[in-house]
Design a protein around this ligand. Sequence first.
Ligand code: SF4
Ligand code: SF4
Length: 104
Amino acid sequence: MNEIYPTTQSQKALTVFQLYEGSGEWFDLSKKPIERFTFTFGNAEKEKDGYFITDGCTLCCACGEVCPQGCIDFTSASAVIRQENCLHCGSCMEVCPQKAVIRR
Ligand code: SF4
Ligand code: SF4
């Protein structure tokens, strides 16, 4: 840092800090569907947030027609959102006639 901020005056711009705990997400928007991953460090707990489909799902597939990522799987008893590809746009929740999509 002495090379980048060589004078006492310029070193006043520096702030030293340490990140000891936290969480975040990174996205790869260059892929279709997009990819998203969460990470934590320190003692931060991984939060399970996003959109999820409950047992009220009747497999009508209305959500699949509006999902911009095509990331809803209809091969199980209830539809399942592939979290690693979900944009969190909420379109599926808006159209579900059963109110089976929830946001955490
Ligand atoms: S719109 Fe609702 S009921 Fe229909 S498949 Fe999607 S989650 Fe299930
Ligand atoms: S929140 Fe958006 S991207 Fe995610 S499953 Fe629903 S419609 Fe698809």
